[in-house]
Structure formats: structure tokens, C-alpha cells
Ligand binder design. Sequence first.
Ligand code: ADP
Length: 328
Amino acid sequence: MKGDDGLDVRDLVVQYARANAPAVADVSFCVPAGRTLSVVGPSGAGKSTLLRAVCGLVRISRGEIAINGRSVVGKPPQDRRAAMVFASDALARTMTVRENLRLVLRSRDRLDRVEDVTRALDVHAHLEKFPQQLSTGERQRVSIARAVLSDPAVLLLDEPLAPLDPDLRVRVRDEIVHVRERFTGPIVFVTHDHSDAMAVADDLVVMIDGRIEDSGDPQRVYDRPATARAAAFLGARPMNLVPGVAFGWDGGLAAFRPERATLVRDGGTLCGQVQRVERTGADVYVHVQTQHGTVIVRTASADTPLIGSEIRIAVAPADLCRYETAAL
Ligand code: ADP
């Protein structure tokens, strides 16, 4: 175990009673002080369980969890100094925002911090209101402020953006980045949404079925996921996966992002028929039925082909990821 400041999780296993498989299976990572780790994965991946294990809200079956170099395994939640923010806020409705925040201060001489942190999270104007007078987004920001003010050793954010509308999500995640300037410890941010994960992350972990599929620099993980399962999950439109033989390889799988492929009249490697044209406003996604399954290509709206037309798809070799696995 390292002696450094931060959160260190080693070989963690959490097996719920009567569950067939562990919710968290041999997970290891560390988050140094000052860094934000995003853990992204589909629903049921074990992300919440992981945070709850760090907090001391679930019993671990095996492994080690250390905060600032000291093991917290077996310690009750109140002795771990791990503050967790959930998708639903847990603010006392009978108290004003200011009273809710003062409740967690470890000493009265930190009152000036209330001003500073609530300004950073843009809830300063609501200090005298009750939680039920605030919008969901404002309540969520107060919850984050409260967690920061409790002076934790580690800050754990469990899908805090989940209840928010898309425009508010962007705003609150910007404010999470501002929180970074006020909180010097490690932050772990858990989400199923890859763009939220990437927006706040210094480091990214992709977790599926209780296991870490990939971890590291967010852009590297996005561009070249370590496993085919990570490739098939990560992204607003995940990577296209086709048999390696489509690109002349012996076997395995080839993966490429919709935005890295181009539709061409001649040349290209894959061919097929345009099945569907999906417009999102900013982009157009063309779904092409090929002999290797449906392949999605992002294109400019001016170049949109007609449904039913035959088209070819080109991918630069540098934009292809190769996986030795035969299937997901
Ligand atoms: P995520 O946060 O990624 O959606 P969870 O950690 O909530 O995933 O769940 C991981 C797995 O553990 C799921 O299969 C879920 O059904 C199971 N699980 C979660 N909580 C419990 C529990 N209290 N008892 C038994 N199984 C649970």
C-alpha cells in the first residue's frame, strides 16, 4: 500500500449475499490527491457498490482500501472521512440551506468557507431558502457544497447529474470542475454517461460487470480502448465492431469510431446499403447494413446519402483498433 495522499483500492471484491457473481470483482486503482477519477459503466456494473465500499456502507469480501495511506477496512463510515453525494439529495427539509451546510462544518472558524464554496457552486443566493424552494439542480449543487464543506479526505460523487436535464447537466459538471479548485483531495465521480465522465476526468476507468475493462488517460481510453467490451460501450455512439476478416486480418475484431470512418463512392473497405439516416442536429449518423452487420458512420449533413443507396466505407489504418477476441 502506498503512503501517498489519496485513495488506494487494491484487489477489491464485493460479493452480495445470494448474488451469483461479485458486484465488484478484483478492482484496483488509485486516485492521488488533487485528481478526479471518473468511473463510467453501464447500469449494474458495480459503480455504486464500489463507492459504497469506499464509504463503508457495504462490507467488502476481500481487498484493501486505504485513504491517505491508512487502511479503512473494518472502520465505520464516520471514521473514514469519505463524503458521498448521491443522485437524490439528502438535505434536511426543515432547515435552510445555510443551516444544512453549517451542520457539517468541523469548526466554526470555517464559516468563511461556506461563502467561498457556495459562490463556487453558484448557490450563494439561496442560503436562506429551504431545500424544497430550490430546483433539483440547485439542490444537487448544495449537496455537493455540503460534501466539500464536511472537509472529507475523499469526495465520492455517485451519479450526481442523473436527475438533471441535459443543459443543467452541463452546467453542474462545469461547477464540479470549479469544486476541484476548492477541494484538494481525491474525487471519484461515477456515471453511466461517457460525456459527463470525460468532462470532469483527469483519469478514466471503464467498469463493466464488476471489472475494470480499461483505465488511464481519458482521451487514450476513448481513442484506443484496451478491450473490445470497453470499445463497444464507450461513446455517445460506441465504436463499430466487425470481424477482423473485414479488414483482411486472420481473425479477432476490428473497431472504429463512427466519426473516424468516411463514406466514399469508390475504394473503401466495407460496403453496404444505407438503412437509416439519423439526424441529431449537429451531426448525421448514417446506418449502413454491411455483410458484417450494421455500421454507423458520422457525416456532414451536406453529404447525406439516400436511404437504400449502395455505399462504401473507408477507415484509415491508424483509426482501427484490433482485438484478439473472437466475440464480445
Ligand atoms: P451500478 O451502480 O453500476 O448501476 P450497482 O453497484 O448498483 O451497479 O450494482 C451492481 C450489481 O450488484 C447489480 O447486479 C445489482 O443488482 C447488485 N446489487 C446492488 N445492490 C445490491 C444489494 N444490496 N444486494 C444484492 N445485490 C445488489
